[in-house]
Ligand binder design. Structure first.
Ligand code: SAM
Length: 363
C-alpha cells in the first residue's frame, strides 16, 4: 500500500463522527477510491459501484438463512458493499459465523476492500458473530475453470454486481465457455453461469445485471443453461435507464434477480422508476409459466410492468406461427434506405419497407 492510499483511507475514519453501517462505510470507501483513479481505469474493469440504496434493497430481498453458520460468495466485490448489505439483513437471524469468499482483480482497489471488510469484521465482533474472509485476487471466470470442483455447491448466498463489458472472440474466457456463446458475449453472463454450480442445493443467488440476457438469440444458449439450473423467485426492474447508476453516469437497463435451485411456482415482478421510489416498489406475483416457458429452447424471460404489457405478452404468446411461415424475414440493425434501391422503389403490397416509427410499441 503506498502512502497516498493510506492517507486517503485514514481521512475516512477522521470525518466519520458517528457509527455508520458497514454498507455505508463501504460506499464511502468506494467514493474515496474513485477519486484516485481515472474514468478509463474504471471503465476498463467494468467498475460501477452499486449505490447504497440498491445494495440495501438487494440485501433485504435475501431469504432467511437455513443455518446459523453461513458461507457467502461475492464475485467482483469492489469494496464489498453488497456483502455488507446482505449481512446487515442476515444478522437479524441470530447467526454464529459467516465465511466470505470475495473475488476482485483490481489491485488498486485491494487496500480499500480490505479496509471495508476489516470494518465489517469489527461490527460483527460487537454482535458476537465470527467473520472470516478471503479476498481472491484472480479472475473469477478463469479461476473457476480450474477450481470449480473445489468450490462446487459451497455457498449459501452468492451476491454480485459483476462487471459488464463485451469480450472479444479470442479472449481466453470465451474459449472456456464456447458452449454458451453466440456472437460477442458479455462477461456478466459468464459470472452468472459460473455461479450456478457454486450454489448449495438450498442456496440463493442475488444479482444485478443488464437485462439484455432476457431475450434475443445471442443469449439463447446462456438462458437455456441458466434457467435449466436456476429458478427465479423475484425480479426487480428499473423503468428508467439513467436513474440507477447515475453517480457513474451509466446508461444501462438493469434488473435485480433472486433465484435458487429449488423449483418455485411463483415469481414476483417488482418495479420502480429509479432509486427514489425503490423503498416503495410496485409488486405483482405471476406463475413462473406466465413469464418463462421452461420447456422451450429459447427460454425468453417476459417482464411485464403494466397491464398493457401483460396484454401484449399474452397476445404474443397466442401466436402459434413463425414469421417464416408467412414468407416474412426480419432483419434488425441499421438499414440504409437508398442502398435498397430496387426494393424501395418497386415495393408491392407484400414487400413493404417499414420505418421504425411505424412500430408503436416494443416490449
Ligand atoms: C460492476 S463492479 C461492482 C463492484 C461491487 N460488487 C459493487 O457492487 O459495488 C464489478 C467489479 O468486478 C471487478 N472485476 C472485473 N473483472 C473481474 C474478474 N474477471 N474477476 C473478478 N473481478 C472482476 C471490477 O474490478 C469491479 O470492481
Amino acid at each position: 500500500m503506498d502512502f497516498h492510499t493510506f492517507e486517503t483511507m485514514t481521512t475516512i475514519e477522521k470525518y466519520i463522527k458517528k457509527p455508520i453501517l458497514p454498507s455505508k462505510f463501504a460506499d464511502l470507501v468506494g467514493l474515496q477510491y474513485t477519486a484516485t483513479v481515472t474514468k478509463e481505469h474504471k471503465k476498463g474493469k467494468g467498475q460501477f459501484f452499486t449505490p447504497s440504496e440498491i445494495s440495501s434493497f438487494m440485501g433485504n430481498i435475501a431469504s432467511k438463512p437455513k443455518s446459523k453458520n453461513i458461507s457467502i460468495l461475492d464475485p467482483g466485490c469492489g469494496t464489498a458493499i453488497l456483502t455488507c448489505s446482505l449481512i446487515e439483513k442476515l444478522i437479524e437471524f441470530d447467526l454464529e459465523s459467516i465465511e466470505l469468499t470475495a473475488y476482485e482483480t483490481d489491485y488498486k482497489l485491494f487496500a480499500y476492500t480490505e479496509q471495508s471488510l476489516q470494518n465489517l469484521k469489527i461490527w460483527l465482533a460487537e454482535k458476537r458473530v465470527e467473520f472470516r474472509y478471503t479476498i481472491i485476487a484472480n479472475d473469477f471466470i478463469e479461476d473457476m475453470a480450474i477450481a470449480l470442483e473445489k468450490h462446487k455447491e459451497s455457498f449459501d448466498y452468492i451476491i454480485s454486481n459483476p462487471p459488464y463489458f463485451k469480450l472479444s472472440k479470442d479472449d481466453k474466457r470465451v474459449n472456456l465457455f464456447q458452449h454458451l456463446v453466440k456472437g460477442q458475449p458479455n462477461i456478466y453472463s459468464f459470472f452468472m453461469a459460473v455461479s450456478v454450480n457454486l450454489l448449495k442445493a438450498n442456496g440463493e443467488l442475488i444479482f444485478i445485471v443488464p437485462r439484455s440476457f432476457a431475450s434475443g438469440q445471442y443469449f439463447n444458449s446462456f438462458r437455456d443453461y441458466f434457467f435449466s439450473h436456476i429458478n427465479l423467485s423475484f425480479v426487480h426492474l428499473f423503468k428508467s435507464r439513467n436513474k440507477t447508476f447515475d453517480r457513474d453516469k451509466v446508461l444501462q437497463e438493469t434488473l435485480i434477480l433472486k433465484g435458487c435451485r429449488i423449483p418455485s411456482d411463483k415469481v414476483i415482478i417488482s418495479t420502480s422508476e429509479g432509486l427514489k421510489d425503490l423503498k416503495k416498489p410496485i409488486e405483482k406475483e405471476y406463475d413462473v409459466s406466465e413469464i418463462i416457458d421452461l420447456k422451450s429452447k429459447a427460454k425468453i424471460l417476459h417482464l411485464p410492468t403494466t397491464e398493457f404489457e401483460e396484454h401484449v405478452m399474452l397476445l404474443f404468446k397466442s401466436w402459434n406461427n413463425n414469421l417464416i411461415d408467412f414468407g416474412i424475414q426480419i432483419s434488425t440493425g441499421p438499414v440504409v434506405s437508398f442502398d435498397q434501391g430496387n426494393f424501395y422503389l418497386t415495393h408491392t403490397k407484400t414487400q413493404q419497407f417499414f420505418w421504425h416509427r411505424y412500430i408503436g410499441c416494443t416490449m
